[in-house]
Design a protein around this ligand. Structure first.
Ligand SMILES: Cc1cc2nc3c(=O)[nH]c(=O)nc-3n(C[C@H](O)[C@H](O)[C@H](O)COP(=O)(O)O)c2cc1C
Length: 217
């Protein structure tokens, strides 16, 4: 497994030393996993160029997603890849959704909306399956499972040396988007997952401090 830590990332760990014993291997694995998690960062799709993931990398990413916690084992989510030859369909949805919201949108704004469909080599929609209500697993639990699946997928891509970014926005709520992706009742589009090779990296952000989000009862 290769891993390209950001040179800018304050949390980035150096490549692990070769393990010499089982105990060292456990320690190495732990350090590697933590460094991988800490060094993932959101990359704007504008900064994700070719190449995208190979078929083997893509398979590993989806297998990582499949390892997400999943109460009731419902697989309450799915991913829909938008291949290059179908990006124009998504571009028209972005443009149409903008015009629906703002009939006075300028030609530049509409062009910018369209352009969002053509950025990262791999672009896919993450869809949550929040219904049907039976079995009785709450929508929030199903969303947590999707979040974990996305995070696993992002980390698998990052482990392969690829960059990743999530994008959302008002167009996701457009009926045009629901129609393009053939979303069923109970399905919600949550975000786009963009994957590619990082062309320019920004400095890593400061992460929240556990003391600010952990309390004892
Ligand atoms: C569901 C979801 C949707 C997101 N949508 C956007 C987006 O539309 N635009 C954007 O710049 N970042 C988006 N992000 C990424 C966050 O902005 C990013 O994760 C956050 O700034 C923290 O940075 P980091 O991921 O590098 O730690 C989204 C993240 C999530 C979880």
């Amino acid at each position: 497994m290769s891993w390209n830590a950001s040179p800018d990332a304050p949390d980035a760990a150096p490549a692990p030393e070769r393990a010499t014993s089982a105990g060292d291997q456990d320690e190495e694995l732990q350090q590697f996993a933590l460094a991988l998690i800490a060094s993932r960062q959101n990359v704007s799709p504008k900064r994700l160029g070719e190449p995208g993931p190979t078929p083997a990398q893509l398979e590993a990413m989806f297998r990582a997603a499949a390892a997400a916690p999943d109460h009731g084992e419902l697989v309450p989510w799915r991913f829909v890849i938008v291949p290059r030859e179908k990006r124009s369909l998504l571009a028209e949805v972005f443009a149409g959704a903008l015009i629906d919201r703002d009939a006075a949108a300028t030609a530049e704004q509409v062009a910018a909306a369209r352009a969002k469909a053509y950025r990262a080599p791999l672009l896919m929609l993450a869809v949550a399956r929040l219904g049907p209500a039976d079995p009785d697993i709450a929508p929030a639990e199903r969303l947590v499972s999707l979040g974990a699946a996305i995070q696993n997928l992002l980390l698998a891509a990052h482990a392969a040396g690829l960059g990743t970014g999530l994008t959302s926005g008002q167009a996701l709520r457009s009926p045009r988007m629901h129609a393009l992706f053939g979303l069923a009742a109970g399905e919600e589009p949550v975000c786009f997952v963009n994957v590619g090779t990082v062309t320019k990296r920004k400095p890593a952000r400061l992460r929240p401090d556990p003391k600010d989000f952990v309390r004892e009862l």
